[in-house]
Design a protein around this ligand. Sequence first.
Ligand code: SF4
Length: 359
Amino acid sequence: MPAPANKTPIGAILIRWSRRRNRHLPWRAARDPYRIWVSEIMLQQTRVETVIPYYRSFLYRFPHVKDLARADLQSVLKIWEGLGYYARARNLHRAAKQVVGRADGRLPESASEWEQLPGIGRYAAAAIASLANGERAIALDANARRILARMSAYRREVRDARAEHDLMECFQSARGRSAPGNFFQAMMDLGQLVCLPRRPLCAECPVISRCESRKRGIQNRLPVRAKAARIPHYDVTAAAILRSGKALLARRPEGKILGGMWEFPGGKRERGETLPACLRRELREELGVDVRVREKLIAVKHAFTHFRITLHVFFCDRMRGRPRPIGVAEVRWVGISQLRSYPMGKADRIAAERITGLR
Ligand code: SF4
C-alpha cells in the first residue's frame, strides 16, 4: 500500500483525523509504561466501555507496579471480577512480581523485553513498546488485520502465516514515517469507530479514497476468515451446601480456567449422567464428601470464548466426610454475608447473590 508521490501518507491522514475525534480515554493521557501495559492487557478481547471503570479502579488500588507486586492474587482477582479472561489478571500479577523482583520495578524498554513477561504476546509487546517507548514495532491485532485487509482488498484468510507477513508489510507502508504510538492509536480509533467488524461506516472514513475494497464494493465481505468451529455446550453442576449462616466454597486450581477464583463446588456432567449423579460424583472426587442433592436453586447460562455452559446449582446436605481439597486448591466455609468479598466468575456470582438474597 505505498503512497503515490503526490498523496499524503495514510498514517498522516489517520493521525490528523484521530486528533480531531479527540477521544477521551483514560489511558490516552498516560505516558507511564505501567499504565499503558495495564490498559493493553485489559483491552484484549474486551470493549473499551467495559474496560474504563475497571482500569480506573485497578490503578486506584495498584497505582504503581510495586503495589501490584505486593498485593495478593485474591485482591487482584477481586478487582478484575466481571472483566473476564482471568488469566490476564494472574499473568499481570506474576509479571509485576518478576519486574520488581528482578529489576526493582524498572519496566522493559523494548518489545522484545516486554515479550519476556508472562501474559505478553507479540501483539501486546509491540503495542506497549510503540505507545510507551516509541518503538517502530508492528502491532497486528484483529482490528489492524481487518482494516488493512479491507484497505488493500486482501483475499486470503487473515490469520494464516502468509497473511501475517503480507499485512505486516501493509502496516509498515500505511504507517510510513508517522510516530508509531500515534499511528497505533489512530488505527484503534478507526477500527472501533468507523471500520467496524460487521458493517464499516465508509461514508465517515478518512481514508475512503485509498480503500481498495470500498472501490470494488467488497468491503462487507472482508476480511476473509476461516469458518468458526461450532461452540460446544456443557451442563455443569454446583452444590449450595449451607450450614449455620455459611456456604461451602472451593478455590479453583490456578492452571485452569477461572484459576484462583472461588466457586460452589461441582463439575461437568458426563455423557449419560443425571445432574444429581454428576454432582454427587464431583463432590466425592473433589472434596471427599457424600451429599444428598435436594431442590435446584438456580440455573445460569454463561458463554466463554470456546464453549457455553449451563450451571445448575442445587441445595445439598452433607451426609458424610469432612471437605478437603482433593481436586481443588482450597475449600472454606464462608459466611453468607462475606460471599461478595470472594472473587467469583459470573455464573457463580449470580448464584451467590441468590443465596445472599434468601437471608
Ligand atoms: S473505506 Fe470503509 S472498508 Fe475501507 S477502511 Fe474505510 S471504513 Fe474500512
